[in-house]
Write a protein that binds this ligand. Structure first.
Ligand code: PBG
Length: 329
């Protein structure tokens, strides 16, 4: 006998086996969605990073081997982060606009071997300053306008070295406009700007700052006079609107996992390429939990899929290689 109270709609029908689940999946991760960050150091060889399991700093002598592995997995883009020796850091971060600095040398070397690989290069002074801030300090305050002038010079060096995407991650006001104008004037018309438009002042960056050896320089000083407060989301929309008006091609939300609402809102409001960064603290948190048997390693792919569902078009993750191996199986 038909029980009229029983549901005619059974949502479980479309979950009953893996084929039907695959067919109705709303989102999928492929290697096209993943961007692998790479730390580059100016001495030879490989060094594991203390607080980031399975993440390494690479000397230029071993960099191409690593990049080759990344390319063979089908990953199409990398983000370069230089680890600069203390002796080359100063208060103004002037090594940032030395045309032969480590970041530029790494870009040139990679482009010689893999011209099609998309190289994203951060624009910010923190790898180069002896105080660890992303800009120039005047009376202890990060000065916006003199920092922007320095960032323009840095961006031109990186574009000249062959970076495909310039990614200002410093959160100064007005820097996208000045960088875009300088790129146009210098005939880098196709250089893409990925603005870290909604970048929050976050403790999730801790392991990264150790990886690039800037945490001891920064000490207790915080970046909250330029990075956004975690309390805000309207402000993220304002930041993104401003950067698009100034000439950004794509925007980034960072960190990722605790900020999925921001990714979703930005994508919905602006409908432009929106990237998200699964930052060092998020990565290490999951990695340590996996290594200690607390979580299954499937959480890594799950977390990345959730970025995609929230609206991210691509995801920077230290797990890009490992996830790609999984996807290629
Ligand atoms: C600095 C920069 C940071 C990260 C990328 N670029 C740290 C910071 O703002 O202090 C963090 C990335 C991560 O934690 O993985 N311009």
């Amino acid at each position: 006998m038909l029980n009229r109270k029983f549901p005619l709609t059974r949502l479980r029908r479309l979950r009953s086996n893996s084929f039907i689940r695959d067919i109705v999946d709303e989102n999928k991760i492929t290697t096209d969605d993943l961007i692998q960050p790479i730390f580059v150091k100016d001495s030879d060889g490989i060094e594991e990073i203390d607080k980031m399991p399975n993440v390494f700093r690479y000397g230029l002598d071993v960099l191409i081997k690593e990049v080759c592995e990344i390319c063979e997995l089908g990953i199409k883009s990398i983000a370069i982060f230089p680890v600069i020796d203390s002796s080359k850091r100063d208060a103004a971060g002037s090594e940032a606009f030395n045309e032969n600095n480590l970041a530029c040398s790494a870009i040139k070397l990679i482009k010689e071997h893999y011209p099609d690989l998309i190289i994203i290069s951060d624009v910010a002074l923190d790898p180069y300053t002896n105080h660890g801030h992303d800009g120039v300090l005047i009376n202890g305050y990060v000065d916006n306008d003199s920092t922007v002038s320095a960032l323009v010079k840095q961006a031109l060096c990186l574009a000249n070295a062959g970076a495909d995407i310039i990614a200002p991650s410093d959160m100064m006001d007005g820097r996208i406009k000045f960088i875009r104008e300088a790129l146009e004037e210098s005939n880098f018309k196709n250089t893409i700007i990925l603005s870290y438009a909604a970048k929050y002042s976050s403790s999730f960056y801790g392991p990264f700052r150790e990886a690039v050896k800037s945490s001891s320089k920064l000490g207790n000083s915080s970046k909250s006079s330029y990075q956004m407060s975690s309390a805000n989301s309207d402000e993220a929309i304002h930041e993104v609107a401003m950067d698009i008006n100034e000439g950004a091609d794509m925007v980034m939300v960072k960190p990722g996992m605790p900020y999925l609402d921001i990714i979703s809102k930005v994508k919905e409001v602006f409908q432009i390429p929106t990237f998200a960064y699964q930052v060092s603290g998020e990565y290490s948190m999951l990695k340590y939990a996996i290594e200690n048997g607390l979580l299954d390693n499937k959480v890594m792919l799950e977390s990345i899929l959730c970025f995609k569902r929230a609206g991210a078009d691509a995801i920077l993750t230290y797990a890009a290689k490992e996830i790609s191996k999984e996807l290629n199986k």
